[in-house]
Design a protein around this ligand. Sequence first.
Ligand code: GRF
Length: 229
Amino acid sequence: MARLKIAVLISGRGSNLQALIGACSAADAPAEIVLVLSNEPAAAGLQRAAAAGLPTRVVPHREFTDRAAFDAALDRHLREAEVELICLAGFMRLLTDAFVERWRDRMINIHPSLLPAFPGLNTHARALEAGVRFTGCTVHFVRTEMDTGPIIVQAAVPVHPEDDADSLAARVLEAEHQAYPLALRLIAEGRVGVVGGRTVISDAAAPSEALLNPVALPADAAPDPSCRN
Ligand code: GRF
């Protein structure tokens, strides 16, 4: 079967790009990266792409007078490479509505929270502030409103009492590196449909157990009296 041709759009570190490179290097991978695009010439992810022998292009947003012209340049590169699916992976530019619509159901993103909780930036600090016991990441189809769109895969991780934003980000990032390749594989295998604003995934199994956090306390654990209301 022909492999799905994907482009990965980055602005920085590129660890999710690396996870996708790994996933696409398997002999039986259903997708191949035909282009890595960055708006930042200094993005570390470009080195990762070059090391993997992948074609890269830089489209520096500062050289464009408006967003439409920038998006048109992106679009030209994507069409030239005959891209079928765009994977946003830490791409820090807002795309125009016209571009998003042109790539509707053919553009996915990874976001470091369990959407619809914590859209936008600083997700880990906000999760800690809110006191949630789980957070995670979401891979979703892109819609014009930021961090919305049909959800394909989510991965949940526990929040630990001693966490700060950095330790939580590191735990979520590990989950991202599992979730993004999985979402890509499901799409490339033709198992993901969008129906009524939600995804339908054929032949996917879901976990059956509830996750608790905190886990059950030892029987002899003494409650802290100051915590009583
Ligand atoms: C990730 O946390 C991703 O969820 C967010 O941007 C970050 C990119 O990290 N959209 P990397 O460049 O893939 O390492």
